[in-house]
Design a protein around this ligand. Structure first.
Ligand code: HEC
Length: 112
């Protein structure tokens, strides 16, 4: 489906996604909602996309897969906004919404 170089880019992005989720969890554990929001926005929120060549990679995906990817980035930005409002309960809900998109895409798509 995707050229090797694009696969490589995507897996690198996945590793960073996982690391970012972990860093967000650590920030939430220590009650630092502001930091959790910053990590989410800069690593996989809507404003991170330009620096990740996301448009190019996304253009090579099937439409439904691309849609899940967009939902994931939107969910990350929503989480960042609610974390910055300082509401832990709302933030945890919107954090779960990010993970839901990770799981939805992994359940449906493989690179090979
Ligand atoms: C739009 C689809 C999509 C979304 C959204 C997505 N992933 Fe992935 N991810 C993939 C695909 C495709 C693979 C490769 C799976 C394969 O071919 O075995 C992958 C693989 C991975 C891997 C394994 C990398 C490796 O080297 O094998 C990790 C870790 C990962 N994703 C984490 C995440 C996390 C965390 C999120 C959410 C924040 C996420 N992904 C969101 C599509 C997605």
């Amino acid at each position: 489906m995707l050229p090797d170089i694009v696969k490589r880019h995507m897996l690198d992005a996945m590793h960073d996604n996982l690391l970012a989720v972990h860093e967000i969890q650590a920030a939430l554990d220590s009650g630092d909602l502001n930091k959790a929001g910053d990590i989410a926005e800069t690593r996989f929120g809507m404003s991170s996309l330009a620096s990740h060549n996301a448009a190019h990679i996304a253009s090579l995906m099937p439409q439904a897969m691309r849609q899940i990817g967009i939902e994931m980035h939107v969910a990350a930005s929503r989480f960042a906004a609610s974390a910055k409002e300082g509401d832990m309960v709302h933030a945890m809900d919107s954090f779960a919404a990010i993970n839901q998109q990770c799981a939805a895409c992994h359940a449906a798509y493989r690179l090979d």
